[in-house]
Design a protein around this ligand. Structure first.
Ligand SMILES: *[C@@H]1O[C@H](CO)[C@@H](O)[C@H](O)[C@H]1NC(C)=O
Length: 447
């Protein structure tokens, strides 16, 4: 009996430990209290092109359901106006992502900005069908905020539209759009996935009345439409973009609006904006794509000709097919002692751009044996440092020593001498024979 009770007690202890671990684990993933900048246009000052704005600190208590009030007991910092403290219910728990909840005392904080939002019908071709009924429901007469958040280490970009009954501080997420690929690097020719998904509160009257999704591209002030899909009429807008696709089925089923570019090209580098539309509402996340391709290197001449002390030789290294333009080219020499030493960057040419948008650049190095101590030779390396990685190309340099020729050197010299002798013989033979032929011709003409 005592044995039984011991086992019973032990298992009870184990169970409490287990529950404790579980609860502490879930609390580590609990919804955060977010510090946000509340940014709005200054009231009563119109007429300018850029409206002046005010910026105030605000605090958002995030929770999964409106009944969990645990967070509210927390103390509000003194520098935050109590008027700017909000309670946000997010049933999808998007705002409870770990990247928005850094450990206490961490220096880097997630970025967060809130703006007042005005629901309105859109005139875009692929969005207009959503508000065809032209009703402006009472539901819209409320306080609406749009928030943009960015988690730590670019893990997550989130944008939400929240609604609170007029005069209330209790907001509820109605629409959220997220991306896990805030900053993407891709190699040339590879497929690229730009992640984007959206969520609509099923209890909102706006849910079920259709949605639209749009992908835009921007680079240095230039923009273009990549894809647009009207989920209500199941129509893709005509765009010039080739090799870009959405999974329409996944879009309807799970709100997965990810864009796939089938083959990365240099011209794809830039900013992408994924926007989800509901009737009267929109939320968007932006992401950066950079196509990064390291250079291919080639050295000319290769192999290098033999040189003798006092002679100079010019070597060229060409880096091609790289993007972006950021590249550092340099030379190194590795002597017989196995030690590497820098030879500088040589004389660089300007860069050229190929049809596919990749760049090329080259550098020329003067290997002057009278100025550089190259010994009996070694390895000449061309080194390229690029955001896509470090690349090297090498050639062997042979300096034939005159002072103390080694056996190989002597043999090489004998070889060279023989070849030269042969060449001279051959050339003189050709000349004399053609010379005599010409002389014969001359003779014939005279006759
Ligand atoms: C979304 O769709 C893309 C392909 O279109 C897929 O690669 C990705 O895994 C999907 N994401 C989720 C969360 O299912």
């Amino acid at each position: 009996m005592t044995e039984f009770s011991t086992i019973y007690k032990l298992s009870l202890v184990a169970l409490t430990c287990f529950l404790h671990v579980c609860s502490s684990r879930s609390s580590s993933n609990k919804c955060p209290v977010l510090e946000c900048w509340f940014v709005q246009e200054k009231a009563g000052r119109g007429g300018g092109f850029t409206a002046p704005t005010t910026q105030e600190k605000s605090l958002l208590y995030i929770r999964r359901d409106p009944d969990s009030h645990s967070a509210e007991s927390q103390h509000t910092p003194d520098d935050i106006n109590p008027e700017r403290v909000y309670f946000v219910t997010d049933p999808a728990a998007t705002l409870c992502h770990a990247s928005l909840n850094p450990p206490r005392g961490s220096i880097t904080k997630p970025l967060c900005e809130i703006n007042p939002f005005l629901p309105q019908p859109s005139s875009l071709k692929w969005v207009a069908p959503l508000t065809e009924s032209a009703l402006s429901p009472i539901y819209l007469q409320a306080e609406w905020f749009s928030s943009a958040l960015q988690g730590l280490n670019d893990q997550m970009g989130i944008s939400t539209i929240t609604r609170a009954p007029t005069g209330s501080k209790e907001h509820r997420v109605v629409l959220s759009v997220t991306s896990k690929t805030v900053s993407v690097q891709a190699r040339l020719g590879k497929p690229v996935l730009l992640d984007c998904s959206f969520w609509v509160d099923p209890s909102s009257p706006l849910s079920g009345s259709g949605f639209a999704v749009e992908w835009r591209y921007q680079f240095r002030g230039e923009g273009r439409l990549v894809l647009a899909y009207d989920g209500k009429t199941d129509r893709l807008a005509d765009t010039k973009e080739k090799g870009a696709r959405l999974d329409i089925e996944a879009l309807h089923k799970t709100g997965n609006a990810s864009l796939v570019l089938e083959e990365a090209k240099v011209r794809h580098s830039g900013t992408y904006i994924c926007t989800a539309y509901l009737p009267y509402l929109l939320a968007q996340v932006t992401m950066e794509l950079e196509i990064v391709e390291p250079p291919s290197l080639s050295i000319h001449p290769s192999p290098l000709p033999l040189i003798v002390p006092g002679q100079a030789l010019s070597v060229q290294c060409e880096a091609s097919g790289f993007a972006p333009l950021t590249l550092e080219l340099s030379w190194e020499f590795k002597g017989a002692d196995g030690k590497s030493r820098p030879l500088g960057s040589g004389s660089l040419t300007g860069h050229r751009q190929a049809w596919d948008g990749t760049y090329s650049q080259s550098t020329r190095l003067e290997l002057d044996t009278s100025k550089l101590d190259l010994g009996t030779g070694g390895e000449v390396n061309c080194v390229a440092v690029h955001p896509g990685g470090r690349r090297e190309a090498r050639v062997t340099l042979n300096v034939i020593g005159f002072s103390t020729p080694s056996i190989e050197d002597s043999m090489a010299m004998v070889g060279v001498a023989l070849v030269l002798y042969g060449l001279i013989k051959f050339v003189s033979w050709t000349f004399t024979s053609s010379g005599s032929a010409e002389a014969d011709m001359e003779d014939k003409k005279v006759k």
